[in-house]
Design a protein around this ligand. Structure first.
Ligand SMILES: NC(=O)c1ccc[n+]([C@@H]2O[C@H](COP(=O)([O-])OP(=O)(O)OC[C@H]3O[C@@H](n4cnc5c(N)ncnc54)[C@H](OP(=O)(O)O)[C@@H]3O)[C@@H](O)[C@H]2O)c1
Length: 332
């Protein structure tokens, strides 16, 4: 059956501007790192993407290596685009990245121009797209001159393969340097994509949001639910279909007793607000307006809907923020 998106898809979503650019992103974006590899049914993946679009999620985040196997998330997204979403391409922001290992030999990872442009060409082919909206350097390369990696991003735009460029997993100092090079090349940095959650606050210690504000770039955080830890997923053990049980990136060792005590206390704070823990974790990560968007993962339509529901109550009082900090540092 032909997919027809919901007519009110833009009514409830909040959009935030990426730095000083012209682009606004949904406060919650959908990432395809897990749950979109060939081991999952395509119908479930398609249902998540369609529901996301119906709820105003215009941004879909991919990378060359997402799967498993690497590349399969882009292939599956390509199938979903071709069947359901292609007519709405101009309403969508699709991003991909290169930086991690994709193919053997000296040109299959890191930050050379050779690798970045070849990888982007492969990504476009897998997704069946003429261009991506955002192309990222996925991680800093200690050996390639930053100028070469940034020139490759600039070339990706000038050659029509990408509309904007971005970086991920760069420190604040590396970000300032990259933004300066890109500015001088005439292709401004659109976004930085760091990890960030209640349990992972390195960007605060590194003043990353200040650096990005200075550069006019936005911030889009990944794993804001700490891969599912900051949800009700593991409150009563490890479900058989969870990321921990299915060999995903989150390991059972992360669910130690001290951490679970913190999670249970945060869950009580969420309940007092009439929210789920996932919703509280997202509202918290969006509390600074300079945070353009959060990229969540979802293994079901229900999780996606729960997460978008966070946007109905983003306000956090000083007392609630104190209670969260207390739970994180010194759980009862
Ligand atoms: N740039 C980078 O280096 C980098 C690295 C990592 C991720 N990312 C991006 O960020 C995206 C999100 O990362 P992530 O998947 O780790 O994010 P996350 O949102 O922290 O975790 C997603 C997982 O949490 C669980 N979950 C989500 N919503 C839930 C809810 N409402 N209730 C209960 N459980 C819920 C699901 O786990 P189950 O599968 O167990 O159901 C889901 O797969 C990725 O897809 C990718 O696009 C980028």
């Amino acid at each position: 059956m032909t997919y027809l998106p919901s007519g009110d898809r833009y009514d409830a979503m909040t959009y935030r501007r990426a730095g000083r650019s012209g682009v606004r992103l949904p406060a919650v974006s959908l990432g395809l790192w897990h749950n979109f590899g060939h081991e999952r049914p395509i119908e479930r993946m398609a249902a998540i993407c369609r529901r996301a679009f119906d709820l105003g999620v215009t941004h879909f985040d991919l990378a060359n290596n997402y799967g498993p196997p690497p590349g399969s998330a882009e292939e599956n997204f390509g199938r979903i685009m071709a069947r359901d979403l292609k007519p709405y391409r101009d309403e969508m922001i699709v991003s991909t990245k290169a930086g991690y290992l994709m193919w053997p030999g000296p040109y299959g990872e890191w930050g050379s121009r050779k690798y970045l442009i070849s990888s982007l060409d492969q990504s476009l082919k897998r997704m069946g797209l003429d261009y991506v909206d955002v192309f990222y350097h996925h991680r800093p390369d200690p050996d390639t001159p930053l100028e070469e990696s940034m020139q490759a991003l600039d070339y990706a735009v000038r050659s029509g393969r990408a509309l904007y460029v971005a970086i991920s997993n760069y420190s604040s100092a590396q970000t300032a340097e990259a933004a300066k090079i890109l500015h001088d090349l005439g292709t401004p940095l659109l976004l930085h994509q760091p990890s960030y959650s209640m349990m992972n606050r390195w960007i605060e210690r590194d003043s990353l949001l200040d650096t990005l504000a200075g550069a006019g770039a936005g911030c889009i955080a990944y794993s804001p639910l700490q891969q599912g830890l900051l949800t009700d997923r593991y409150l009563d053990g490890v479900p058989a279909d969870s990321r921990v049980a299915t060999g995903g990136f989150l390991k059972e060792s992360a669910l130690d007793e001290q951490t679970m005590r913190v999670v249970r206390e945060l869950n009580l704070i969420a309940k007092e607000r009439g929210q789920t823990l996932a919703q509280l974790a997202l509202a918290w990560a969006l509390r600074d307006e300079r945070m353009t968007s959060l990229i969540i993962g979802a293994s079901s339509v229900g999780q996606l809907e729960d997460n978008i529901g966070a946007l109905a109550n983003l306000a956090l009082s000083a007392a609630e923020l104190d209670a969260i900090d207390g739970a994180l540092t010194n759980p009862a």
